[in-house]
Design a protein around this ligand. Structure first.
Ligand code: PXP
Length: 245
C-alpha cells in the first residue's frame, strides 16, 4: 500500500494571510490523520512564508505516524531538523521568488555540499529523501550520497498540456522509479498530483510514498464551505434570539 503524506503548508498559508491563529496546522494534522493520512509533510521555508518554527515544534509530538520535514540544505534549517527529529527529511531546492518548489534539487552539481547535511541528518536517525527530477544522473548522484529515498518531482507530468506529453512524462517517471529501486533507493513522488492524475502515478511499480498538498487542501475548503456557512448562520441566529428577548 502506498503511503500518503499530506502536505499541510497551505493551512499555514491561510493563517499567515492574517498573521492570526487560525486555521491551525496542528488541528489540520490531526484531522488529516483521522482521514487516513500515513504521514504529515511540512516545508519549513527560509522565508517562513507558511509553516513557522513553532508549528514544526508543536507538530512533532502530535504526529505519531510519520513527520516529513521538507527543507533547503542550509545550516540553520538543518539545525532545526536535528532538534525536531522528524522521521523523514526531504531536501528541496528553494528560491525566494518562487510560488512553490520549482524543479528538483541539482544533486549532481551540489553533491559535495549536500554530503555533510545528509550525513548529519542520517546520523540523528532521520531518513533522508532528495527531491529530484526524474533523471538518471540525479538518481545516481543521490545513490552515491547514500540517500534513503528520492522523491521525484511530478510537475512535468501534472502540468503536461497534452495527453501524449503526459504519457511521455509518466514513462519517464516509471523508468526513473525502476532505476532508483535497482539502486536500493526508496521511491517517493509528489507535486501537482490531484484527484484526476494520481491514479496513473499510484499504479507505477516501486512507488512507496506520495506527498500531496494543494489539491487536498483546495478540496477541503470547498467540501467544508457549506457546513461552515451553516454554522455561521446558526451563530448569527442565536444572537437574533437574544435581540428579540
Ligand atoms: N513534495 C515536495 C517536495 C514539495 O515541495 C511539495 C510542495 O510543497 C509537494 C510534494 C506537494 O505538492 P502539491 O502541493 O502540489 O501537492
Amino acid at each position: 500500500m502506498i503511503r500518503l503524506g499530506v502536505n499541510i503548508d497551505h493551512v499555514a498559508t491561510l493563517r499567515q494571510a492574517r498573521r492570526g491563529d487560525e486555521p491551525d496546522p496542528v488541528a489540520a494534522a490531526i484531522l488529516a490523520t483521522l482521514g487516513g493520512a500515513d504521514g504529515i509533510t511540512i516545508h519549513l521555508r527560509e522565508d517562513r512564508r507558511h509553516i513557522q518554527d513553532r508549528d514544526a515544534r508543536l507538530l512533532r509530538p502530535v504526529v505519531t505516524t510519520r513527520l516529513n520535514l521538507e527543507l533547503a540544505a542550509v545550516e540553520s534549517i538543518v539545525e532545526i531538523a536535528l532538534e525536531i527529529l522528524p522521521e523523514e527529511a526531504t531536501l528541496v531546492p528553494e528560491r525566494r521568488q518562487e510560488l512553490t518548489t520549482e524543479g528538483g534539487l541539482d544533486v549532481v552539481a551540489h553533491e559535495k555540499s549536500l554530503l555533510s547535511h545528509v550525513r548529519r541528518l542520517q546520523g540523528a536517525g532521520i531518513d533522508v529523501s532528495l527531491f529530484i527530477d526524474p533523471d538518471p544522473a540525479q538518481i545516481d548522484a543521490s545513490h552515491r550520497l547514500g540517500a534513503t529515498a528520492v522523491e521525484f518531482q511530478t510537475a512535468s507530468y501534472s502540468e503536461a498540456k497534452t495527453a501524449p506529453e503526459r504519457e511521455r512524462q509518466r514513462e519517464k517517471l516509471a523508468l526513473s522509479a525502476r532505476h532508483a529501486h535497482e539502486r536500493g533507493l526508496h521511491v517517493h513522488m509528489g507535486h501537482g498530483l490531484n484527484y484526476h492524475n494520481v491514479q496513473a502515478i499510484a499504479a507505477l511499480a516501486h512507488v512507496e510514498e506520495l506527498n500531496i498538498g494543494h489539491s487536498i487542501i483546495s478540496r477541503a475548503v470547498l467540501v467544508g464551505l457549506e457546513r461552515a456557512v451553516r454554522e455561521m448562520k446558526a451563530a448569527i441566529g442565536s444572537s437574533d434570539d437574544k435581540a428579540t428577548r
